[in-house]
Design a protein around this ligand. Structure first.
Ligand code: ZN
Length: 162
């Protein structure tokens, strides 16, 4: 897939973004450089981070602080907060972007398409009618009208106020 508008990839291509050893969810959770790392909210047991390579504007991940891969091992309070944060996120998306729908879900394990198989996470992907009908499925290209750090700033502000 190609992105039409991906200024953030310049850093990646130029190698200015530090290469991370190990699990980047754990590294980002510990770093407290939330703006740079695209973290938009920190809860008690989970944090919310924007996907650096989004399928759509606002593609966010709700991630437990604990490095855990199996859903049955996730403690009940973490599971609760994960779902509560998905509600909070959807409320913020409604206020900011008015999406027409959402995909909310997990890819568990490499066979299921998990990008970070060792550290489970819940995807919340805002959808608009027609967003995948032409460019995504036919052109293998994503159209992203908003730059990632702009989304980070707007969403972090909205989540702090909800
Ligand atoms: Zn981890």
């Amino acid at each position: 897939m190609n992105n039409l508008y991906t200024p953030w990839r310049l850093n990646y291509l130029q190698g200015t973004q530090a290469k991370i050893d190990g699990c980047f969810f754990c590294v980002y959770a510990a770093q407290h450089q939330d703006v740079e790392n695209l973290i938009v909210y920190r809860g008690e047991t989970c944090f919310i981070i924007l996907n650096r390579y989004p399928y759509n504007n606002g593609h966010a991940l709700i991630v437990p602080y604990t490095h855990i891969s199996d859903l049955p091992d996730l403690p009940a309070n973490t599971l609760n907060e994960m779902m509560q944060l998905s509600q909070k996120l959807i409320r913020a998306f409604q206020a900011l972007y008015r999406p027409h729908g959402y995909n909310v879900g997990m890819n568990l394990g490499e066979a299921a398409g998990a990008g970070v198989p060792g550290h489970l996470h819940l995807h919340v992907l805002p959808r608009w009618l027609g967003d995948a009908s032409f460019m995504g499925t036919v052109g293998e290209t994503r159209v992203l009208p908003e730059e990632l750090h702009q989304t980070q700033a707007r969403l972090a502000q909205a989540l702090a106020g909800t």
